[in-house]
Design a protein around this ligand. Structure first.
Ligand SMILES: CC(C)(COP(=O)(O)OP(=O)(O)OC[C@H]1O[C@@H](n2cnc3c(N)ncnc32)[C@H](O)[C@@H]1OP(=O)(O)O)[C@@H](O)C(=O)NCCC(=O)NCCS
Length: 228
């Protein structure tokens, strides 16, 4: 409990005293409730575990399933609206803000929630979905929706989430598929199709196709560097 309090003091500049932290930090209260209901869960007391988890949710606005595995010095700041699913795993020294979901995308039982590495920071409102792994020391931007594995020491932002920093260096996305944005892929596909049709029309008209004919916008859509 001492190290949980120290973690809050270290990571929240607004925290003034240990007494304030013990009495007023709902993230800490939910973590301590978790330690009780996770113990009950591990010893086969499933209903009391769920009941204690729901009671903690009612008190704190934070829902941690008793089956989740949470590491040491976990800090949930503000907390309201956090949901951590049954098969989620959270490493040591993880920081999380309000509205974060570690959720599943399938109804199949088994491992269906994310695994979060050590030292990860998850911004407010971020949704991390499915049985994916977020590597150690990653930062997940506020409001991101992360659907794929993220290698260690990366920063991810956006919907769907994509990497903007890796090992402290800026990542420039040159392939729309890396962003995995269905809209940019559709745009590039339509542009390619129009280009092919234009070439075909030129052939049918018996004249040579001049690259860039009809404006540069198509070539731009196909070849654009999809920078963030
Ligand atoms: C993701 C994050 C960690 C990046 O911080 P950083 O390394 O300082 O990066 P920067 O602020 O320089 O941003 C880098 C780029 O990512 C963009 N970006 C940053 N955060 C973003 C986010 N959450 N969503 C979308 N884009 C984001 C910036 O606009 C910038 O783009 P640009 O270079 O094209 O202008 C930070 O922005 C973040 O979201 N932290 C969470 C904080 C939080 O939830 N606080 C809650 C307190 S209650």
């Amino acid at each position: 409990m001492r190290e949980d309090i120290a973690a809050v003091l270290e990571r929240d500049p607004a925290a003034r005293s240990k007494l304030e932290i013990v009495l007023l930090y709902s993230g800490l209260h939910s973590l301590w409730w978790y330690r009780i209901h996770h113990w009950l869960w591990r010893h086969g007391w499933f209903f009391p575990a769920r009941a204690a988890s729901q009671f903690a949710r009612w008190l704190t606005g934070i829902e941690i399933h008793p089956g989740a595995i949470i590491g040491r010095r976990f800090f949930i700041d503000h907390g309201m609206g956090v949901v951590i699913g049954e098969t989620a795993e959270v490493g040591d020294d993880v920081t999380m803000y309000q509205g974060v979901t570690l959720g599943g995308t399938t109804l199949d039982p088994g491992k269906r929630h994310p695994t979060i590495g050590n030292g990860v920071v998850i911004g407010g409102g971020a949704k991390i979905l499915g049985n994916i792994t977020i590597g150690d020391n990653c930062r997940i931007g506020a409001g991101s929706v992360v659907l794929r594995d993220v290698p260690a020491d990366s920063t991810v932002v956006g919907v769907p989430g994509h990497i903007i920093f890796r090992n402290g260096r800026r990542v420039v996305i040159t392939d729309p598929k890396q962003i995995n944005d269905p809209l940019s892929e559709a745009l590039a596909a339509v542009a390619t199709e129009v280009k092919n049709l234009r070439e075909q029309v030129c052939r049918l008209e018996g004249r040579e196709h001049i690259p860039g004919e009809g404006g540069d916008s198509l070539d731009l859509a196909i070849e654009m560097d999809y920078q963030i």
